[in-house]
Design a protein around this ligand. Structure first.
Ligand code: HEM
Length: 253
């Protein structure tokens, strides 16, 4: 007798699981926060002196060192993300890397860059020598130090924020708008480079100058390469992508 396969297994209710998970995570978070608060109240002073003993965080230079190193890391990650975005439509990576990986990696390093940027900016408010107010950080050209070049950094920051946010909105705004906004990442990169070179204390170091020059030349080369293949694809000779980041709309989240 043939086996009739019309009894579908009952669908698993994912909603319930998700809400239980959320409650569990919320509870764990709450308990950890409460424990942290108790520990801080009891041992806060010892914690402060321990951290200061380890890192000299109360010295005048500590915050300055942190903001500078975070700025340089943010710049390098932004450069990598921009270069990666220019490499993707060239399809040079296709034989060695899976499409979804190249996309996820691109998104990941953009977020990482934004994280270090957050540190670079936030620490400025705690600087002992020249503390910035929130307004001076967020309003372009209002900084107490090199206002023009820091202002260009603020604009670059907003552009990076815009480009990163649209990673998550591309289905809503459509691929055309997404690609157009994504092209702004080149402007953001150039702004960040100008800002870093003109306002950084480390720019007088030959090693830093070589890093800025080398990374800039890579971007120039990849941009020219991208424009060449863009020209070819629009004249119908090649099927390569027409944007710095070629992303399928249907990628699973
Ligand atoms: C709200 C936006 C920003 C503000 C307020 C800001 C502020 C500053 C300031 C005050 C300095 C000088 C630090 C020093 O004394 O050396 C600086 C340097 C620097 N910034 Fe920014 N910045 C912003 C955005 C950016 C962005 C978008 C990047 C790159 C992704 C960046 C990367 C750097 C780098 C690499 C330096 C040089 C560090 C050094 O040479 O010591 N900053 N920034």
């Amino acid at each position: 007798m043939p086996l009739v396969m019309n009894d579908k297994p009952a669908p698993i209710s994912r909603r319930k699981n998700i809400s239980y998970d959320l409650v569990a995570y919320g509870l764990v978070g709450f308990v950890l926060a409460a424990l942290g608060l108790v520990a801080y109240t009891l041992f806060g002073a010892q914690l402060h002196s321990g951290v200061n003993w380890l890192f000299s965080l109360d010295s005048q230079q500590a915050m300055w060192y942190i903001t500078r190193s975070a700025g340089i890391l943010a710049y390098l990650l932004l450069w990598l993300s921009t270069a990666w975005g220019l490499l993707v439509p060239s399809k040079l990576l296709e034989p060695v890397l899976h499409g979804n990986f190249t996309y996820d990696f691109h998104q990941f390093i953009s977020l990482l860059s934004l994280g270090f940027l957050g540190l670079h900016i936030f620490i400025l408010t705690a600087d002992r020598y020249l503390p910035f107010t929130l307004g001076e950080i967020l309003i372009p050209f209002s900084a107490p130090y090199r206002p023009v070049w820091v202002g260009i950094g603020v604009i670059a920051f907003y552009l990076i924020l815009l480009v990163t946010i649209t990673f998550y909105l591309r289905k809503r705004i459509g691929m055309k708008a997404f690609r157009l906004i994504h092209t702004l990442s080149l402007v953001a990169y150039l702004g960040a480079l100008a800002h870093a070179f003109m306002s950084g204390a480390d720019s007088s170091l030959v090693a830093i100058q070589m890093i800025y020059a080398g990374t800039f030349l890579v971007i120039v080369f990849l941009t020219v390469y991208w424009m060449v293949i863009l020209g070819r694809s629009s004249s119908g000779k090649s099927a390569v992508g027409s944007d710095p980041v070629q992303i399928p709309l249907t990628r699973s989240e």
